[in-house]
Design a protein around this ligand. Structure first.
Ligand code: TTP
Ligand code: MN
Ligand code: MN
Ligand code: MN
Length: 371
């Protein structure tokens, strides 16, 4: 999979971590349709086809030009029969019957609406749907429904946090958090991760790594930061997950999705006066501030590169990095470490480049990871 045969033209790898994918998507008409299909399978807990459509979308996103005929898909990986049938329909009539049907389906529409609330996942959405609830007012008027703290804030700040966050707003939040962190410990290190590090103009939240070189100090840094944000009156919601990271536990084979670093999921109040060019506000909104979702994670410094790589995304890029490591290199990669199963040893890394090198992969820049 690394090198193409000499006769063939450059082939597209089946792994997103061997493709360069910028934010410029020339095949959005296909990838939007695939996302609807993937989501619909997700709502029905059908994992295989869901992943297949996400993989197919990811392949098309990496292409330098629009696919304008089925012939152009001939040498592309990860495109199955179902995927190709949808593409053919889109090429022929500009829309897909199957996608249109899903979009007009009441169950899909309702689950889509409910899961758009912070704190509401597919399971809760499904439960509410089965109880006959169809709208936010149905939910809020139903006395037997108990919303948890996260969902309460989700409804309270719905207008603000369902509106996208701009790059300027992300920068302004970076300044706020940087100042708070430095006041706590002058050697604090702050790095923007997630979609904004990949060069996206807009995001659904802002993700930061915040840590310090002082060993062990990172375990309490986030709660100190949250205390200060609260003091300043800008902490609208917080869900703090303390570190469960333990170096002595590492050699186990538990490489799971959620990492063990201290982290918090926040809603912060951002003042318009702090944002260059102003807030991305709703028309007619004159409050002068908005609520924004912010994620902070605090890895120990010797895991910084792994955390940065893991939190930069995209999700599809991360999935394929891990899959590539496992299937092509007999290695296990997660947000904490890289383990070589053949040598039976952990491979240290100070930078993301070190990790790509260990994996025998060409370095892919953050803005080329929009898989
Ligand atoms: P997201 O913030 O969900 O996604 P994003 O920043 O790519 O896109 P958006 O603009 O919509 O916000 O996640 C960012 C990355 O963080 C993603 O690659 C997965 C990773 N992540 C973890 O590794 N562990 C976690 O616990 C969470 C919540 C995210
Ligand atoms: Mn949700
Ligand atoms: Mn994000
Ligand atoms: Mn996030």
């Amino acid at each position: 999979p690394e090198s193409s045969p000499p006769t063939a033209k450059a082939t597209v790898s089946q792994y997103a971590c061997q493709r360069r994918t910028t934010t410029e998507n020339k095949n959005q008409i296909f990838t939007d349709a695939f996302e609807v299909l993937a989501e619909s399978y997700e709502f029905n807990e059908i994992e295989g086809p869901c992943l297949a459509f996400r993989r197919a979308a990811s392949v098309l996103k990496s292409l330098p030009s629009e696919v304008d005929c089925m012939g152009a898909t001939q040498d592309l990986p990860c495109l199955g029969e179902h995927t190709k049938a949808v593409m053919e329909e889109l090429l022929q009539c500009g829309h897909s019957f199957e996608v249109e049907k899903i979009l007009s389906d009441e169950r899909y529409q309702t689950l889509k609406l409910f899961t758009s609330v912070f704190g509401v996942g597919p399971k809760t959405a499904e439960k509410w749907y089965r109880r006959g609830l169809r709208s936010f007012s149905d939910i809020l008027a139903e006395p037997s429904i108990h919303l948890n703290r996260m969902q309460e804030s989700g409804f309270l700040h719905y207008g603000d946090i369902s509106r996208s966050v701009s790059k300027a707003e992300a920068r302004a939040l970076g300044n706020v958090i940087d100042e708070v962190a430095r006041a706590i410990t002058p050697d604090a290190i702050l790095a923007l991760t997630g979609g904004f590090r990949r060069g996206k103009e807009f995001g659904h939240d802002v993700d930061f790594i915040v840590t310090t070189p002082e060993p062990g100090r990172e375990k309490t840094l986030l709660s100190n930061i949250m205390d200060e944000l609260k003091e300043q009156g800008i902490l609208l919601y917080s869900d703090y997950q303390p570190s469960t990271f333990d170096i002595s536990k590492l050699p186990s084979h538990r490489f799971e999705a959620m990492d063990h670093f201290a982290k918090c999921f926040l809603i912060l109040r951002l003042e318009g006066s702090q944002v260059e060019g102003g807030l991305n506000s709703a028309e007619g909104d004159s409050r002068g501030w908005r609520a924004v979702r912010v994620d902070l994670v605090s890895p120990p410094m010797d895991r910084y590169a792994f955390a940065l790589l893991g939190w930069t995304g995209s999700r599809q890029f991360e999935r394929d990095l891990r899959r590539f490591a496992r299937l092509e290199r007999r290695m296990l990669l997660d947000n904490h470490a890289l383990y070589d199963k053949t040598k039976k040893e952990f491979l240290a890394a100070a930078t993301e480049k070190d990790i790509f090198a260990h994996l025998g992969l060409e370095y892919i820049e953050p803005w080329q990871r929009n898989a």
